[in-house]
Design a protein around this ligand. Structure first.
Ligand code: PHE
Length: 378
C-alpha cells in the first residue's frame, strides 16, 4: 500500500534519482519490499488477491504508480533502464504470485482431501433395533408355559358377529351381562349383512375352534379385545387377553384348578398360592374367579415397610382372572355331545398380569409408546 514516504508516489527527479545505478538500486529496494510482504503471507486465495491488488492492481497498484510516476516523466537518458527494470519487476511479481496461487490451491485441496478421506477403522453408526413391547413379551411368557403342558395357539377375528361374541356363548340378546361388555358396532354400508362388532373378549374363538375341531381340544388364544370403557389407570378401550380352552372325554374340576395353579406358579413364582371364588359367566358352569396370594406383600397383607399393603388392600390376595368349566349349553352350539365331553376355559387379562408382575400402576403407559418406558423392558 502506498504510504506517505512511498517513493513510487513521486517522480524520479523529485526523489533525486538521476543515474542508472541509482535506478537499479531503487528497483532492487522495491523488489525486496515485495519479497518481504510475500514471505509474510500464508498461501491461500485471500492473500493471493490481496497481493495481486496491491502490486498489480490497475488503478493504484505499485506497478501502475511506477509506470505513471517513474517511467512516463523520466528523462530520455533514464527511460530505457527504468522501462527494463519495471518489466523485470513485473515478471518477478507475476511469476511469484502465480506460485502463491498454486500453493494456496494445493493446500486447500489437501485440507479438503483430508476431510473427505474415508477412515475405515472408525466404528459404524449402530442403528438401535427395536425390542418386543412388554405386552408381547408377556404373551410369549404365557404361551411358553402353556406350550409346555400341551396347549397350542390359535387366533381369531377381532371383528365378530353377535352370534360368536354372545349367542353361541350362551348370552342371549337381552341377557344383562351384555351391558358389562358394551362395545363398538361397525357402521356398515346399506344392505350389508350385519351387525358386526369389535369382540369384547377372546371367548368367541372357543366357538370357532370347537366348530372346526373335534375333542381333544387344548388351545390358547392371544389377542386384542375392545370395550367402551373410559380410559383410566386400569381401563382402556382396547386391551389384551389370552383365552384358554381344554375339552376332552373326562376333564375334571381338579384338572382345571391344577392347570391354573401350575400356570400361576410358573408365571409369578413357586411361592405364590392360588385360590378360587364362585363367580358367574353364562358360558361356564361352575364359574370362578382366580386369585393369587399378593405378590407384593407375600400374602401377609402387610407392606414390607409396615402398614397395610396398598396393592391387595390388606387382604393378602389379588384378583387374577375369570374361568370355569365349560357350560354344557355351549356344546349344543358346536355339536359336541355334552354327555361325552367336559372341559374348562379361562380368560386372562394380559395387561393386568403384566402390571402385577412388573409393578406398573397405569395401564395407559402400554399404549403411549414412550421410549423411556419401553426401554426398561429390553
Ligand atoms: N371372557 C370372559 C371375560 O372377558 C373371561 C372368561 C373366559 C371367563 C373364559 C370364563 C371363561 O370377562
Amino acid at each position: 500500500m502506498p504510504t506517505v514516504d512511498n517513493p513510487t508516489e513521486k517522480t524520479l527527479s523529485a526523489i533525486g534519482i538521476n543515474d542508472p545505478i541509482a535506478v537499479a538500486e531503487l528497483f532492487a529496494r522495491e523488489r525486496l519490499r515485495y519479497d518481504q510482504q510475500l514471505a509474510a503471507k500464508v498461501p491461500d486465495e485471500a492473500n493471493y488477491t490481496l497481493m495481486k491488488n496491491a502490486w498489480l492492481g490497475r488503478k493504484s497498484g505499485v506497478l501502475t504508480l511506477i509506470t505513471e510516476n517513474w517511467l512516463k516523466p523520466a528523462p530520455p537518458a533514464l527511460k530505457p533502464i527504468v522501462g527494463q527494470s519495471l518489466n523485470e519487476l513485473k515478471r518477478h511479481i507475476e511469476s511469484s504470485l502465480e506460485s502463491l496461487r498454486v500453493a494456496g490451491e494445493k493446500s486447500f485441496e489437501g485440507v479438503a482431501a483430508a476431510r473427505e478421506k474415508i477412515d475405515l477403522s472408525l466404528p459404524g453408526v449402530i442403528r438401535s433395533i427395536g425390542t418386543h413391547h412388554l405386552i408381547r413379551q408377556v404373551f410369549q411368557e404365557i404361551e411358553d408355559i402353556f406350550f409346555s403342558i400341551g396347549f397350542s395357539v390359535v387366533e381369531g377375528p377381532e371383528i365378530e358377529t353377535p352370534y360368536y361374541n354372545f349367542e353361541a356363548l350362551n348370552i342371549p340378546e337381552h341377557h344383562p351381562v351384555r351391558d358389562d361388555m358394551d362395545t363398538f358396532y361397525m357402521e356398515l354400508p346399506k344392505g350389508a349383512p350385519g351387525p358386526l362388532l369389535l369382540r369384547t373378549h377372546t371367548s368367541p374363538v372357543q366357538i370357532h375352534t370347537m366348530e372346526k375341531r373335534q375333542p381333544p381340544v387344548r388351545v390358547i388364544v392371544p389377542g386384542k379385545v375392545y370395550r367402551r370403557d373410559n380410559p383410566d389407570a386400569t381401563h382402556s378401550f382396547m386391551f389384551h387377553q389370552i383365552e384358554g380352552l381344554a375339552v376332552d372325554a373326562d376333564i375334571t374340576f381338579c384338572d382345571f384348578t391344577g392347570t391354573i395353579d401350575y400356570f400361576v406358579k410358573q408365571f409369578f413364582g413357586e411361592g405364590v398360592k392360588t385360590r378360587f371364588r364362585p363367580s358367574y359367566f353364562p358360558f361356564t358352569e361352575p364359574s370362578v374367579e382366580f386369585d393369587a396370594s399378593c405378590v407384593f406383600c407375600g400374602g401377609s397383607g402387610t407392606a414390607k415397610t409396615g402398614g397395610t399393603c396398598g396393592k391387595c388392600k390388606g387382604s393378602g390376595w389379588i384378583e387374577l382372572f375369570g374361568a370355569g368349566m365349560v357350560d354344557p349349553a355351549v356344546y349344543g352350539f358346536v355339536n359336541y355331545d355334552p354327555k361325552k365331553v367336559s372341559g374348562f376355559a379361562f380368560g386372562i387379562g394380559i395387561d393386568r398380569l403384566a402390571m402385577l408382575k412388573y409393578g406398573i400402576d397405569d395401564i395407559q403407559v402400554f399404549f403411549q409408546n414412550d421410549v423411556r418406558f419401553l426401554k426398561q423392558f429390553p
